[in-house]
Ligand binder design. Structure first.
Ligand code: ADP
Length: 293
């Protein structure tokens, strides 16, 4: 096997030419084995090449699949949403309108919105893959955005989602430079997971902590009392397409929400992490930079 110089995909993945002439994708990992006792420089290094061609091919198929479903699903969905909106307006104007129709229209709108978000998440995966994931940042009141998402999610899910403010009033401003649509998507994903992975009788808390100690940033936490995450899964849950192994088949998902959340938060200069205990619950935390001028 001969490594081709300069043919790097990124710092870990490399193209390698197999003796039969085929190119394979390899994951290259290295670690120093012995270090010079005085200079501290490595004297021996172990380098391991792992053939990940099959995984990369599968990933490529998934991305192609995403772009096809985007085109095939988006158009009919836009039409469904348009008709649902027209029906809603019609229902508001017609006094004799059947309340069942209003409920049905609300459900159609909510479910098609959910589908739109899923398509958008899938598209974002391809955009990241092709380095086309661009942020449209502008100054916004982050507290206003958080309150909006919490109230919206509580209304849609009919779950109790408590908003806890530490060092803040609801009317305060937390100015930050961010892509509002994408931050809404992150908050939405975290709250939606808290709803999905906990039983309806358990409450969910969204905490926003702004103490004088952390003038440059704010801490946002989404806490649930749900199924929790096994310790062995914790290092993997922000990875693309990863879903915990112990999950019941009835809980649907694609394993892309947290991956996207991390990409978005890191691209804003923030951090995201999780603390969780199986059977007790999970807390997802975001440290988000604020505009300090
Ligand atoms: P999805 O929920 O669609 O599977 P995510 O990327 O949002 O994808 O989450 C990845 C995985 O992390 C989930 O499949 C689940 O195993 C775990 N997870 C995420 N949020 C929670 C939570 N609040 N409680 C328990 N497990 C969670």
């Amino acid at each position: 096997m001969r490594a081709l110089t300069g043919e790097r995909l990124n710092s870990e993945e490399t193209f390698i030419a197999h003796p039969d002439g085929k190119m394979i994708v390899a994951l290259m990992s290295s670690a120093p084995l012995r270090v010079h006792p005085i200079q501290g420089a490595p004297k021996e290094i172990a380098i391991v090449f792992q053939d990940i061609t099959v995984q990369k091919t599968l990933e490529q198929h998934k991305n192609e699949f995403f772009s096809v479903i985007n085109h095939e699903l988006r158009t009919p969905l836009t039409i469904i949403q348009g008709y649902a909106e027209m029906l809603r307006l019609h229902a508001e104007q017609d006094e004799l309108f059947d309340p069942f129709i209003t409920t049905a229209v609300t459900n159609i709108t909510e479910q098609s919105d959910q589908l739109c978000r899923l398509i958008e998440d899938m598209l974002n995966i391809s955009r990241i893959e092709h380095a086309q994931f661009v942020m449209q940042c502008a100054p916004h009141n982050l507290l206003h955005t958080i309150i909006h998402v919490v109230e919206n999610q509580a209304a849609i899910s009919k779950r109790t989602i408590a908003l806890e403010l530490d060092g803040l009033q609801k009317t305060d401003k937390l100015m930050a430079n961010f892509d509002e649509e994408r931050i809404i998507q992150v908050l939405h994903n975290l709250i939606n997971n808290a709803i999905k992975y906990s039983s309806p009788d358990k409450h969910i808390d969204v905490c926003v902590c702004y103490t004088p100690m952390r003038k440059q940033s704010v801490l946002i936490q989404v806490k649930d009392q749900g199924i929790g995450i096994a310790e062995s899964e914790l290092p993997h849950i922000f990875k693309r397409f990863h879903r915990a192994h112990q999950l019941a088949a009835s809980i649907s998902g694609f394993g892309i929400g947290l991956y996207l959340a991390k990409e978005i938060i890191v691209r804003h200069g923030g951090h995201i992490w999780v603390e969780s205990k199986e059977g007790v619950g999970s807390t997802f935390s975001i440290e988000f930079p604020l505009d300090t001028q």
